[in-house]
Design a protein around this ligand. Structure first.
Ligand code: HEM
Ligand code: HEM
Length: 123
């Protein structure tokens, strides 16, 4: 199997476990403070990474490998720091807000690179 697709799908599975774990904890504790983090661990982590992984699995041969690797690392590093800093922010640590902002842009840049690569691969 395409090793780049495998990397996305493995990362997605890790986010799925964490996201669902958080959901179960929130439901059991009735403490929904981390709801936005739970939502984005599941959607930016599990759902987005799995969709990208399946796209790379099918169209990886037509994509720029270099662009995809840059996108992968921007998304992985950006998402981890974004979600950890967002957790701190919703728990009351307002000093981390710039980190949330900058890492949102990093993830946004990775999404832009993905879109460029999708268009390249569909030429
Ligand atoms: C066993 C699995 C899961 C449990 C127990 C769970 C539990 C929860 C809970 C307790 C909330 C807070 C609801 C509220 O405060 O109104 C929530 C919100 C949310 N969950 Fe989950 N969740 C699970 C899986 C998932 C998955 C797999 C996804 C996405 C793929 C997801 C996406 C969301 C979203 C987007 C919200 C925010 C909804 C809103 O803004 O009203 N959850 N979840
Ligand atoms: C860097 C990327 C992203 C940023 C900066 C971002 C930002 C935000 C913000 C500021 C909110 C409002 C939160 C609130 O009112 O508490 C939000 C909510 C939401 N976003 Fe995103 N988002 C991103 C990516 C995504 C993606 C990729 C998806 C889906 C695939 C998504 C789905 C949602 C959903 C379902 C909600 C409502 C959940 C809730 O009520 O907590 N977001 N997002």
């Amino acid at each position: 199997m395409n090793p780049q697709a495998m990397a996305w799908l493995k990362a997605a599975a890790v986010y799925f476990v964490i996201g669902v774990g958080m959901g179960i904890y929130m439901g059991a504790s009735h403490d929904h403070t981390l709801k936005p983090v739970h939502a984005h661990v599941n959607l930016l982590g599990w759902a987005s990474m799995a969709l990208i992984g399946f796209y790379v699995l099918h169209f990886g041969d037509r994509m720029s490998r270099r662009l995809e690797r840059i996108q992968f690392w921007l998304h992985q590093v950006g998402a981890v720091i974004l979600l950890v800093s967002l957790s701190l922010l919703v728990l009351g640590n307002t000093a981390v807000e710039p980190v949330v902002g900058v890492t949102s842009i990093v993830v946004g840049a990775s999404v832009l690179l993905f879109a460029v690569n999708v268009f390249r691969s569909l030429r």
